[in-house]
Design a protein around this ligand. Structure first.
Ligand code: VG1
Ligand code: CO
Length: 548
C-alpha cells in the first residue's frame, strides 16, 4: 500500500459556496490545488461532525459529464483515499445526475456525495465547472455546513494524497486505493428503483401504446441515458423520443438550460403544426425540467400547483396523502391557493433547494418547487427533472386531457398567476449591489402607494426562519406585495461565474380563466420595476438578457 504524504497549499479567497455549491470558470478549477483545496475543506468539515468515522463511511461521486469531470473524479478519489474513507461509489463513466446522487446516497446509506456540475451553465474549458456537496439525507448541504466548508478553505495549509494510478471509470467493479474500496456502479439503478416505487409504469406503458407522442430533449446533458432507459426502454416510447441524448463535455456548445430561450429547437417543434402531445427537457445535471404542450408552456409555478392538486388521484406514490407544499419565495403563489383548498400548509423558503431539506425530513411537506424550473418531492432531497416529466405523464394519462386543457381547468378553478422572470446578466457587481441596497432603503416608503393599479401592502427584504431548526437566513430578496395578490421580487443570483445577474420576478394574479396574454399583463409591472430599481440609470440596461 502506498503511504499518505502531504502537499503544501495556500488558501484561495473565493471558495464560498453559492446558491448551489461552488461554481467557477473551468480554468479557475484547473489551477493547481484549487479543486483539492475545496474538497479537502469538505473532508475537514465532515470529520468534525459528531459520529463520523471515515473508516466506516461511504462517499458517492459523479457528475454531469462536462469537461474536467473525469480529471476531477480521479483527484477526488486520491483525496478520499488519503483521508481514509472506507468506500467510494463512482457512477460508471463518472456520470450521475443530481437527483440520482440523492437516490444513491439515501439507498446506499452513504455519508454524502460530491456532484461535479455547474448545472445549466455551459461546459468546456472556457465555460463553467462546479462542485456541490450533498449530505446524508441526500440533499444539498445546508448553510451551516457550507459556511464551515468555506471557513476551512480560508485556513487550509496542506492536503493529503497518495501515489496511485488512475482508476478505470468505465467498467463496473471494485478496486482498492490505499485502504479505500472504489466501486464503479450503474448510475441508473437506484434512481430508477425510486421512480418505479412511485409511479404506475403499467398505466404509462399503456398510454404510449395508445399512441401518445412525446419528445424529450436531454440537451446533451446527463439525462440522456436516464431518459432513454426510462421512457424508451421501460415505458415503450418509440425510439427517437429522446433527442440530444448523448452526454457531451460541452453540451454540443449550447447552454444546457431548459427554458424558452435555450431550448429553442424543442419550443419550435412544439409550436409547429402536427406537434407531439408533450415536449420536455432537462438541464445539464438533470434536476430542472421544462414542460411544453402543443403551442403551450407550463410555467414552473403552475406545474408545482397542478402536481400538488392532481397527485393524490393520478400517482400511486402520493395516494396516501399530501402533508404540505413548499416553494421558494420568488416562485409564483399558485401553489399557495391549492394548498389552502387542500387544507395543507404552504411554506415559503429562500431560493435554493437546500432550504427544503429540513421540511422534507420532518415530513412537513410532500412537494417542493422553484420558479427556476425545479420541482421535486419527498421521494428524494433534490429537485428531479424526469420525476416531473413522469408526474405530468401520469396526470395526462389519468385525466385524458391535453396539457392546455389541464392548465385551463386549473386556472378556471384557482385563477392564474401570470409570471415571468427577467434576468439581467453580466452587470457590474458593485453597481448591482448598490442598486439593490438603494431599493432596500426605499422599501418602507412604498407601503401604501399604488403600483399597476393596486395598493402596496408589504415591502421588505425576505428573511426566513427555518421552522425545524430555527436557523435564520436574512436578505434573501426584496419583495413588494400588492393588495390584488400581485408581487414584484428582485434579488441577485448566487450561481453566476462572471459579474452579477439581477433576477426580476414579476407576478400578477387574475381570476380571468387565464386567457390573457402574458406579456400584456406583465409589461406594466416590468416598467415599474425598472423605475424602482433605477436600472437604466445605475446599470445602463433596460432590456433583459433572458426571459423565462
Ligand atoms: C438559481 C435558481 C435557483 C436554483 C439554483 C440552482 O440560483 O434561481 O432557484 O435553486 O439556481 O439550480 P440563483 O442564485 O442563480 O438565482 V441548479 O439546476 O443550478 O442546481
Ligand atoms: Co441543475
Amino acid at each position: 500500500m502506498s503511504s499518505v504524504t502531504y502537499i503544501a497549499t495556500t488558501p484561495f479567497a473565493n471558495q464560498r459556496p453559492g446558491t448551489s455549491g461552488l461554481r467557477k470558470k473551468t480554468r479557475e478549477f484547473m489551477q493547481p490545488h484549487y479543486l483539492e483545496n475545496f474538497v479537502q475543506a469538505v473532508f475537514l468539515t465532515l470529520r468534525e461532525e459528531p459520529g463520523v468515522d471515515f473508516s466506516q463511511e461511504t462517499l458517492v461521486v459523479g457528475g454531469d459529464g462536462r469537461y474536467y469531470n473525469r480529471t476531477a473524479i480521479q483527484r477526488i478519489l486520491r483525496l478520499a483515499a488519503a483521508n481514509g474513507v472506507q468506500r467510494v461509489l463512482v457512477g460508471r463513466a463518472g456520470l450521475l445526475s443530481t437527483p440520482a446522487m440523492s437516490a444513491v446516497i439515501r439507498r446506499q446509506h452513504a455519508l454524502g456525495g460530491l456532484v461535479l456540475s455547474a448545472s445549466h451553465n455551459p461546459g468546456g474549458i472556457d465555460a463553467d465547472f462546479g462542485i456541490k456537496y450533498n449530505i446524508r439525507n441526500g440533499g444539498p448541504a445546508p448553510e451551516r455546513v457550507t459556511e464551515r466548508i468555506y471557513q476551512h478553505t480560508l485556513t487550509l495549509t496542506k492536503y493529503p494524497t497518495l501515489d496511485a494510478p488512475d482508476i478505470d471509470l468505465d467498467h463496473d467493479g471494485s478496486t482498492v486505493i490505499g485502504n479505500t474500496q472504489v466501486v464503479i456502479f450503474d448510475p441508473l439503478a437506484d434512481y430508477t428503483a425510486v421512480l418505479t416505487e412511485l409511479f404506475d409504469f403499467e398505466t404509462l406503458r399503456a398510454f404510449f401504446r395508445g399512441g401518445f407522442r412525446m419528445v424529450f430533449d436531454a440537451m446533451h446533458g446527463i439525462t440522456g441515458p436516464y431518459a432513454r432507459y426510462i421512457l424508451e426502454e421501460l415505458l415503450g416510447a418509440p425510439a427517437g423520443t429522446v433527442i440530444r441524448g448523448e452526454p457531451l463535455e460541452d453540451f454540443g456548445g449550447t447552454h444546457p438550460d431548459p427554458n424558452l430561450t435555450y431550448a429553442a429547437e424543442l419550443v419550435s417543434r412544439m409550436n409547429a403544426d402536427q406537434a407531439p402531445d408533450f415536449g420536455a427537457a432537462c438541464d445539464g445535471d438533470g434536476d430542472r425540467n421544462l414542460l411544453l404542450g402543443q403551442q403551450c408552456f407550463v410555467s414552473p409555478g403552475d406545474s408545482l400547483a397542478i402536481i400538488t392538486e392532481q397527485a393524490a388521484d393520478c400517482i400511486p406514490g402520493y395516494r396516501t396523502g399530501i402533508t404540505g407544499v413548499a416553494r421558494s419565495m420568488p416562485t409564483s403563489t399558485a401553489a399557495d391557493r391549492v394548498a389552502s383548498a387542500l387544507r395543507i400548509p404552504c411554506y415559503e423558503t429562500p431560493t435554493g433547494w437546500k432550504f427544503f431539506g429540513n421540511l422534507l425530513d420532518a415530513g412537513r411537506c410532500t412537494f417542493c418547487g422553484e420558479e427556476s424550473f425545479g420541482t421535486g418531492s419527498h421521494h428524494l432531497r433534490e429537485k428531479d427533472g424526469l420525476w416531473a416529466v413522469l408526474c405530468w405523464l401520469s396526470i395526462l394519462a389519468v385525466r385524458r386531457q391535453s396539457i392546455a386543457e389541464v392548465l385551463r381547468t386549473h386556472w378556471q378553478r384557482f385563477g392564474r398567476s401570470y409570471f415571468q422572470r427577467h434576468d439581467y446578466e453580466d452587470l457590474d457587481a458593485t453597481m448591482a449591489t448598490a442598486m439593490i441596497a438603494a431599493l432596500r432603503q426605499k422599501l418602507p416608503s412604498l407601503v401604501g402607494t399604488t403600483l399597476v393599479g393596486s395598493r402596496v401592502v408589504q415591502a421588505d427584504d425576505f428573511s426566513y426562519t427555518d421552522p425545524v431548526d430555527g436557523s435564520v437566513s436574512a436578505q434573501q430578496g426584496l419583495r413588494v406585495l400588492l393588495a390584488d395578490g400581485s408581487r414584484l421580487v428582485s434579488r441577485l443570483s448566487g450561481t453566476g461565474t462572471s459579474g452579477a445577474t439581477l433576477r426580476l420576478y414579476l407576478e400578477r394574479y387574475r381570476r380571468d380563466g387565464g386567457s390573457a396574454g402574458l406579456d400584456d399583463v406583465l409589461a406594466p409591472l416590468a416598467q415599474e420595476a425598472l423605475q424602482l430599481l433605477e436600472l437604466r440609470e445605475r446599470c445602463g440596461r433596460d432590456t433583459p438578457t433572458v426571459i423565462t
